[in-house]
Design a protein around this ligand. Sequence first.
Ligand code: FAD
Ligand code: NAP
Length: 335
Amino acid sequence: MIKEYRNIGLRPLNTFGIEVRCERLVEFEDAADLREIFSCITDCWNVLGGGSNVLLTGDYRGTLLKAAGKNITVLSDDGATVAVRADAGVVWDDFVGWTVERGLWGAENLSHIPGTVGAAPVQNIGAYGVEAKDIIRGVAMYDVQGGTTLTLAAGHCAFGYRDSVFKGELRGRVVILSVDFALSRTPSPRLDYGDLRAETEALGGPSLANIRSAVTAIRRSKLPDPEEVGNAGSFFKNPVVPLAVADRLKAEYPDMPLYPGARDDERKLAAGWLIDRAGWKGRSLGPAGVHARQALVLVNLGGATGGDILALAHRIQADVCELFGVEIEMEVNVW
Ligand code: FAD
Ligand code: NAP
């Protein structure tokens, strides 16, 4: 069912808590709704999920679409693998909770990530050594120009580090309706990331429920709660640099963390470490700040505009570039 709101305040709908307005916000459930909505859209449009990965820099003069579908359906179960479809409007962490309650492995390390199922493939959400692409089988989407629905198999989604075809070629061309996942009944704990193994052991061992609790507890201890301090998680991506650059930096900064890249001749740097070393951890610029426990997270200290956050982000990018010769790219979508 379509629900429409005019001149609506977006502050409760973005985790940065930025106070802007939207000309028109329309909730949809399925492709038929979208067909009807798009038949009369003449101006700009975009899709808003939980607003946990966007920075709103001004009033939105157009139509924002918001998925309202909340179904989770088992498509098949051969005893080993369970195929599940979740609507775009399902809260991501509710989906993870649903899988854990049913003894299905695959999503547990992605516990407590804010946002919706529909946005998960967009930046291929990841945490604690797992990415959404590891469990996604396909993404059903509405093609705005053709007015048709099609399902893109995971192999065609160009999933990369915090990246996908939905941030590239298909940006502004499709609306994700639902996501299909393949989950396993075979226990497959993935605990080789930071304190996760120790935290899980402390809770009694690697059951699904314990891994979910451990991830949730670690995240709560490190990350600011958007209900208390506006933020959108990691504001920047970790830069991936050629091996030669990583070697040069490691020689100059022996304590700099280096992680493997997707290719042998690349290394991933920790953007949070670079920002910290550039002197920004815990600092602020007006009402925009850098979180004291995780320098990757920019925060709204109260009443910040999107412009305030952006100004801070640009200062940080410039300082990191000057000190290390490395560009850090924004992960958050700036509107
Ligand atoms: P939004 O922020 O509303 O939108 C994000 C993008 O997806 C936009 O471009 C939007 O247009 C697009 N989009 C949304 N829904 C659809 C749809 N149905 N069809 C097409 N496009 C759509 N991210 C991680 O990867 N790992 C983490 O561990 C993590 N931790 C976080 C912790 C905190 C405290 C916060 C605030 C954020 C964190 N994030 C993390 C970022 C964020 O949670 C994810 O990017 C999440 O997937 C965003 O979901 P959303 O529904 O809020 O999307
Ligand atoms: P952390 O564990 O303190 O690690 C800092 C950085 O080092 C992370 O960005 C992480 O990269 C990298 N890293 C650490 N151990 C690694 C390993 N074994 N292999 C590869 N890379 C490693 O980070 P945190 O802030 O507490 O976050 C924990 C997890 O939640 C991370 O996976 C992080 O990506 C995710 N997270 C994401 C967001 C977001 O908005 N995108 C927000 C909060 C947390 P990766 O980021 O590539 O994992």
